[in-house]
Design a protein around this ligand. Structure first.
Ligand code: 3HC
Length: 311
């Protein structure tokens, strides 16, 4: 971008204004948004799989309907985010190819299995809870299409979080076996949900620029702390124990002291060695190949419609 464009861009950022698709922008600003937004979109789509695993086995018709609505919401979130990313000059096909060829990142959290119904509660409460803490500040992101997509997504996320909390509350008021199932799910999802916020601030290569460009409004560690602060009182209401014996409020630092997070596990999952990485990508690939005929039929129909209009 030319010097004038750079100056105009800097003025918009300094004024906390929105950058729109037609505005001049530094190549690196465009690149980091394509990086983050496409990964966010992939996360929503892959995130449908862990919960999809329980739609046919939900314990009641009402739970089935709620879970189906939540998974459909996530498909919609993925579409908003792919569309917003396309305004930066990458095509939907390119992003899909990156994902099914295993070349794209998506949130580490979706590479864990969902062995019991209580996982539906833990995912709603912890994963969607973390997603809300991370996504609310993104509603004020400097890039217009991303910020606007977030406003709509955040409204639906709060329903996702509440229904998860409610599933766990129901189980914690049930039999001992149900209480144990809920606690087991919280034990398995707690640490991976803290990893969703990204590596520690001093090991976060993108943060400095993302914050200077007002894409990232709060650091990874700040949001992680905010999330834990939200969880502690809710865990008490639920009667579940957060699986960190060292978790306690530190009055001096005004932060939670917590046990060290296993960043080796995080890096292994990012490298594709999580419990479910291969399954998630293969399932997405199968869906893409299985749906090719629909895309071809729709494209052919659109072509014929266009021919009629031009005739
Ligand atoms: N999973 C996978 N990769 C992660 C990650 C995670 N949890 N956290 C960080 N990373 C990657 C980053 O993408 C980056 O790699 P890259 O440069 O190749 O993209 C690297 O680790 C270093 O991390 P940084 O902190 O430097 O990267 P960012 O500044 O991008 O911060 C982030 C990471 C906080 C996740 C940021 O990208 C972000 O806010 N993304 C948008 C939110 C998002 O993707 N949320 C997914 C949550 S799940 C969801 O939304 C579905 C919900 O509906 C259930």
């Amino acid at each position: 971008s030319t010097d004038d464009e750079q100056r105009a861009f800097d003025a918009l950022i300094d004024a906390d204004a929105r950058i729109e698709p037609r505005d001049g922008m530094p190549d690196d600003y465009r690149k980091t948004l394509i990086r983050q937004m496409s990964q966010h979109a992939h996360s929503e789509i892959i995130g449908m799989q862990p919960e999809g695993n329980w739609i046919t086995r939900a314990p009641s018709l009402q739970r089935k309907a709620i879970l189906m609505a939540k998974v459909q919401d996530e498909a919609g979130h993925g579409l908003y985010l792919y569309s917003a990313t396309q305004t930066l000059g990458i095509t939907r096909d390119e992003m899909t190819e990156q994902l099914i060829e295993g070349r794209a990142k998506y949130s580490s959290i979706f590479n864990y299995p969902t062995p019991t119904w209580a996982d539906m509660g833990a995912i709603g409460w912890l994963v969607d809870g973390a997603a809300i803490v991370n996504q609310v500040p993104l509603c004020r992101c400097s890039y217009g299409p991303y910020a606007r997509a977030m406003v709509r997504i955040c409204k639906e996320e709060s329903f996702h979080q509440r229904q998860g909390f409610e599933i766990l509350l129901t189980l914690m008021q049930g039999t001992d076996a149900q209480k144990q199932m809920a606690q087991d799910a919280v034990d398995r999802w707690y640490w991976p949900s803290l990893m969703m916020f990204g590596p520690p601030d001093d090991e976060s290569p993108n943060s400095a620029r993302s914050m200077a460009w007002k894409i990232k409004r709060f650091s990874n560690d700040e949001l992680r702390q905010r999330f834990v602060g939200m969880l502690v009182p809710q865990a008490e209401v639920l009667g579940v124990t957060l699986p960190d014996p060292n978790l306690r409020w530190n009055d001096d630092t005004q932060q939670y002291d917590m046990s060290p997070i296993d960043w080796d596990e995080f890096m292994a999952v990012l490298k594709g060695h999580g419990p479910m990485n291969a399954v998630r990508i293969q399932t997405r690939r199968d869906a893409h190949e299985g749906g090719a005929w629909v895309r071809e039929a729709a494209a052919e129909y659109a072509r014929k419609q266009q021919q009629k209009e031009q005739a």
